[in-house]
Design a protein. Structure first.
Length: 355
């Protein structure tokens, strides 16, 4: 099992554009799955290509098990890439596709046959050796692409949005299959995704990338519950950040005073955030309640969403039950102290990329 360490990685493509990655340091522990989560253009694929060796960093180092791989060419790093499209060789059978890397390595016919069978069992597609890629569904093609990648026994598996071209039912079964295989083989894996749910469900750790910067590197639970910065909070679906003057366990905001868990934070300007499902609507004032006007209610099946006006801020609240109060009655939103958490301001963001 291989440990991957990135230290101070910077990579620019164009001289006048901001770097695709800036000063990223990150470690992936042996046998774990790290999800690289970020919007399109945040630098995820660039990071994967640097680890694979098909791109080189301008600055910084990449090491496998403590040894720099920068002098090692891509084909000798034993880090395999799997993409959104399977890119199988269309004129080769499934078996020939899977054995391709082994053939290049000069493996014997018997080894190749045994290995193809083992890999097809692993991806739960036994017996399809003789089929052609065109005879397979999208999900099956991705499984074969995975089998081909794993057949050469790589040290590192690099997955670049491997599920995003599949419909949601197939995507879910394949996510589960990849997670099972990854655990079974104990292979250190980097998974690129822009899908928050996918990152949280699959990863041991999530690295949150935003415009080339690493905002957070946390367990899924911790990142979801306590994103460290305003921008990280926003990317994790937190839409309410309240700024105010912190003193004696109280945050004085323009909307009202909230009791918060200051936990030794210095007095002064501070920002606290709260997840939309942790706020609650009420008909009467109570501690940590702010007066609001309900602007809109949307039924989303598994929940209701409320758009609220509080002072000159709009807040979004999720609830499992509908809020039933007379239309002209006062309404309040309650922000429980235990769910309010501090967020830092982000470092000055790089200027927007020219279109
Ligand atoms: P992601 O995978 O998160 O969508 P990428 O790593 O592909 O992001 O891209 C990060 C940034 O680098 C983007 O702004 C993209 O336009 C730019 N970029 C990526 N590859 C190249 C390239 N070969 N030439 C110029 N710019 C590139
Ligand atoms: Mg990409």
């Amino acid at each position: 099992m291989t440990r991957i360490a990135l230290t101070g990685i910077t990579r620019s493509y164009l001289r006048r554009a901001p770097p695709a990655l800036a000063h990223v340091s990150l470690a992936v522990e042996p046998g774990t799955l790290l999800a690289l989560l970020g919007a399109s253009g945040s630098g995820k694929s660039t990071l994967l290509k640097l680890v694979a060796g098909v791109e080189a960093p301008d600055q910084g180092d990449i090491a496998f098990d403590g040894r720099s791989v920068l002098p090692v060419p891509a084909h000798r790093r034993r880090a395999v890439l799997v993409f959104q499209n399977a890119y199988l060789f269309p004129f080769l059978s499934v078996a020939e596709n899977i054995a391709f890397g082994l053939r290049v390595q000069g493996a014997s016919r018997a080894t190749m046959q045994a290995e193809v069978r083992r890999m097809l069992d692993l991806v739960e597609l036994p017996g399809i050796e003789r089929k052609r890629p065109a005879q397979l569904s999208g999900g099956e093609q991705q499984r074969v692409a995975l089998a081909r990648a794993l057949a050469i026994r790589p040290r590192v598996l690099l997955l670049d949005e491997p599920f995003s071209s599949l419909d949601s039912a197939v995507r879910h079964t394949l996510q589960e299959a990849v997670r099972r295989i990854q655990r079974e083989l104990g292979i250190t894996t980097l998974l690129v995704t822009h899908d928050r749910g996918e990152a949280l469900a699959m990863a041991d750790r999530v690295a949150l990338l935003d415009r080339g910067a690493l905002l957070a590197h946390e367990t899924p639970q911790r990142l979801f519950a306590r994103p460290p910065t305003r921008r990280a909070a926003h990317l994790m679906g937190v839409t309410t950040c309240l700024r105010g003057e912190l003193a004696g366990g109280q945050l004085r905001t323009s909307l009202g005073v909230l009791a918060v868990d200051a936990d030794g934070a210095p007095a002064g300007l501070a920002t606290y955030a709260i997840r939309p499902e942790h706020m609650r609507l009420a008909c009467a004032p109570e501690p940590n309640a702010l007066p609001v006007r309900v602007l809109a209610e949307t039924f989303r099946g598994e929940r209701y969403e409320y758009l609220l006006q509080a002072g000159d801020e709009t807040l979004r609240v999720h609830a499992f039950q509908p809020f039933t109060a007379p239309a002209d009655a006062p309404a309040y939103v309650v922000l429980p102290t235990e769910h309010l958490f501090p967020v830092c301001d982000d470092a000055v963001a790089p200027p927007a990329r020219p279109a």
